[in-house]
Structure formats: structure tokens, C-alpha cells
Design a protein around this ligand. Structure first.
Ligand SMILES: NC(=O)c1ccc[n+]([C@@H]2O[C@H](COP(=O)([O-])OP(=O)(O)OC[C@H]3O[C@@H](n4cnc5c(N)ncnc54)[C@H](OP(=O)(O)O)[C@@H]3O)[C@@H](O)[C@H]2O)c1
Length: 263
């Protein structure tokens, strides 16, 4: 029994991607735009969104652009109202906006800590405040929410002092949303990527294990949605190991992570 209603048809599906200007979000937009979905694309970089939408529309797709900063609840409310006025409702909202800067405790940066929570966690909460009331009203149409977290949210990891906790909070948020919303007919997908080659990870100085392209990440997300999975994690050769590490007692986990990362 799939945990969510599988999503297999993309033609005319009304999809709002928040965090669509680059990386995984842009790859999803290109993929679903080609498949005939109606797209609303949001992020701060209006120029990048416009270029993306232009390419999608030139290929016969239907994309509109709504630039915003997820740190502003008002901006999300305004964008949501504009989408509903245009489409009458939303079938899938993908909350993908995120930021990452490595940090360790001996270089503790309160500004960066707060920024990670403001964008990665509070940004999702701000979007949920905008979309949930409308999704509940149209629950009979089986709409869905997808939250992009990370395997970095599973357990504590070196360099992830600011990023990891914000992603851990999203995992708990998605689980709790699922318990509340799935029984009302609203799907909740939790997306936990491993390493994906995007502007976000380009700053990493270490060799990223099992690195995949943004296009492959988008393909995996679509596959997970077609299977109706709750947690969509990929690439499996990496995420299966990360999931096993979750089961280790703390002593073994800390020793293993130190040995694996050398940090
Ligand atoms: N790449 C990986 O290895 C990896 C692994 C696990 C999870 N993830 C997660 O996947 C998601 C997408 O990341 P990515 O790797 O594709 O990186 P990316 O290319 O840097 O994409 C991040 C997206 O978020 C948007 N964004 C950032 N801050 C924003 C803000 N304040 N308001 C609105 N939009 C904002 C960015 O657009 P603007 O800058 O134009 O606003 C961009 O569209 C993130 O949530 C990330 O944490 C990535």
C-alpha cells in the first residue's frame, strides 16, 4: 500500500515550485514543464526564473514566474493568491528553497545559524501557512505537499552545525504533517537527497560520495512520487548507508563518522 496517492500524470497538473531558479528545483521545472504540467516558479532570482520559464514556454510548456523571498510570509501569501486566482487551485507544492554553508563549533556564527533556520525551516513554514488552508478546502482533489529536506537531517554530521538541524526539523515537520493531512486526502512527500551537483554543493572541498546530477535527482523525485512513497531518498547506494547509520548506538555512530570523514 503506498503511503501517498501516487502521482503519475503530469499533463495540466498545477505545480508550484518554491526554490526553482537553479539546481534541483530548476531540473524539476524543466522535467515537469516538458511533461505538460502548469508551473509556477518562485525564488529570489527573477532573472533566472524568467529565463527558465522562457525556455519551458518556448518548448510548448506553461510556466509563470513569481519571484519572492521565503523569509517573507506576506510574499508567499501574495504569490499563493496570484496562483489560485490564475489556476483556481494547486495540485502540488514543492518546498525546495534552501541554503547551505559549512560550519563547525570552533567558528560558531550566530548569523549563519539563524539564516539557515530562517530559509530552510521557517521558509517552509511560511509557505505552509499560505497553502494549507486552500489545500484543505480542495482536499477532495487529492493535492500534495513535497518538502525537500536532506539525509544531513538524519543525525549530527561534521560541518553541518547550521544546516543539519534545519533539515532535521523539516523531517519531523513532514512526518507530523503526514499524520495530520494524509487522512484528509492531502499527500505529504518528504524528499531526502544525498549529494547532488548544484550551486549549493559547489563550495564543498571534499569529494562528495555518490554525487548525482540535478536532472537525476529530479528523475528520482518523479519516480518516488509515481510510487507514492512518503520518503523519497536517493541515490539509494548512498542513502541506504545513511539510513543504516541512524540505527547505530551513539558511541558506534560517533566513532564511525569520525573515521569516515576524518573530522
Ligand atoms: N545539492 C545537494 O546535495 C542537496 C542535498 C540534500 C538536500 N538538498 C536540498 O535541496 C534543495 C535544493 O538545493 P539545490 O542543491 O538544488 O541548491 P541550489 O541550486 O542552490 O537551489 C536552492 C534554491 O533555493 C532558492 N532559495 C535560496 N534562498 C531562498 C530564499 N531566501 N527565498 C527564496 N528562494 C530561495 C534558490 O534561489 P535564489 O537564490 O534565486 O533565491 C534556489 O532556487 C535545498 O533545500 C537543499 O537543502 C540539496
Amino acid at each position: 500500500m503506498p503511503l501517498n496517492q501516487p502521482i503519475r500524470a503530469w499533463r495540466d497538473r498545477r505545480v508550484w515550485i518554491v526554490g526553482a531558479s537553479t539546481g534541483i528545483g530548476a531540473a524539476l521545472a524543466e522535467r515537469w514543464g516538458t511533461a505538460g504540467a502548469r508551473l509556477a516558479l518562485s525564488a529570489r532570482s527573477g532573472d533566472k526564473l524568467a529565463a527558465l520559464a522562457q525556455g519551458i514556454n518556448a518548448a510548448g510548456g506553461a510556466a509563470m514566474v513569481l519571484p519572492l523571498d521565503v523569509r517573507s510570509p506576506d510574499a508567499l501569501q501574495v504569490a499563493h493568491a496570484a496562483i489560485v486566482e490564475r489556476w483556481g487551485g494547486i495540485d502540488l507544492v514543492v518546498l525546495n528553497a534552501g541554503t547551505y554553508a559549512p560550519m563547525r563549533a570552533d567558528a560558531f556564527d550566530l548569523g549563519s545559524m539563524n539564516e539557515h533556520f530562517a530559509v530552510n525551516y521557517q521558509g517552509v513554514v511560511n509557505a505552509l501557512a499560505a497553502v494549507i488552508p486552500g489545500l484543505l478546502l480542495r482536499a477532495a482533489q487529492q493535492p500534495a505537499i513535497a518538502i525537500v529536506s536532506s539525509v544531513a537531517g538524519y543525525r549530527g554530521l561534521p560541518e553541518a552545525l547550521a544546516y543539519g538541524p534545519s533539515k532535521a526539523a523539516l523531517i519531523n515537520l513532514a512526518e507530523t504533517l503526514y499524520l495530520d493531512l494524509s487522512k484528509k486526502g492531502i499527500g505529504v512527500f518528504l524528499i531526502d537527497p544525498g549529494f547532488v551537483d548544484t550551486p549549493l554543493t559547489s563550495q564543498n572541498k571534499f569529494k562528495m560520495p555518490a554525487l548525482i546530477s540535478a536532472q537525476e535527482a529530479a528523475r528520482q523525485i518523479e519516480l518516488g512520487m509515481a510510487l507514492g512513497e512518503f520518503e523519497i531518498h536517493f541515490p539509494k547506494r548512498f542513502t541506504r548507508v545513511m539510513r543504516m547509520l541512524r540505527l547505530l548506538p551513539y558511541g558506534a555512530y560517533f566513532r564511525l563518522v569520525r573515521r569516515m570523514t576524518g573530522l
